[in-house]
Design a protein around this ligand. Structure first.
Ligand code: GTP
Ligand code: MG
Length: 171
């Protein structure tokens, strides 16, 4: 079982391909206001979770809200794929700017699980090939997360791992 001792003063990046279960994990382990989801911000700024050209507006809004929370010392979880180093850099910078720990929880599930979930959901307007690319990007960067600045990195690699993960808040 993976025990995740989470410092209260943290910016948590939930990292994983689409359908890896980030939003499900977030709602299970964190309060609704603690979680800032890129899909939700895309919907807020454009009316739909899937508006692709709303990415910039969505992420700048998400970073803005994250910054306001961190300056109050509130634990903040970012639910976005963050599979590319350039996406993660902003999160590390944001954490550092507010003197909180950048922490990564990575959901690196087998491709077969991702594909099966993607097909069962049917609400994602992109192909399985996109998920394959996300997984490739993620795995390429995994070993470098510490070097990127994440102070703690927990990687969950199976459905059972994810199921059994327990988070405890440490002051
Ligand atoms: P995106 O928002 O597209 O990036 O995906 P996500 O990583 O947020 O995945 P999400 O939590 O939406 O889960 C995708 C699908 O997998 C949903 O249909 C969930 O019900 C299912 N799912 C997520 N976590 C679990 C899990 O632990 N067990 C099982 N059986 N299904 C899960
Ligand atoms: Mg999600």
């Amino acid at each position: 079982m993976t025990q995740i001792p989470l410092p209260e003063l943290a910016l948590v990046a939930l990292i994983g391909a689409s359908s890896s279960g980030k939003s499900t994990f977030a709602s299970r382990h964190f309060g609704p206001y603690e979680v800032l989801s890129s899909d939700q911000f895309r919907a807020l700024v454009s009316g739909s979770e899937h508006t692709l050209d709303a990415n910039e507006a969505a992420f700048s809004s998400l970073y803005h809200v994250a910054a306001r929370r961190l300056e109050r010392g509130l634990l903040t979880v970012v639910d976005a794929t963050s599979v590319r180093a350039e996406d993660r850099r902003r999160l590390v910078e944001l954490a550092r700017a507010h003197d909180v720990l950048p922490v990564a929880i990575v959901l690196d599930l087998p491709r077969s699980v991702l594909d099966a979930r993607h097909e069962a959901r049917g609400d994602r307007p992109f192909s399985e090939a996109v998920i394959g690319r996300q997984q490739t990007d993620l795995r390429r960067g995994l070993r470098g997360l510490g070097r990127e600045g994440f102070r703690h990195v927990w990687t969950l690699r199976s459905v059972d791992d994810v199921d059994a993960a327990q988070i405890t808040r440490v002051p």
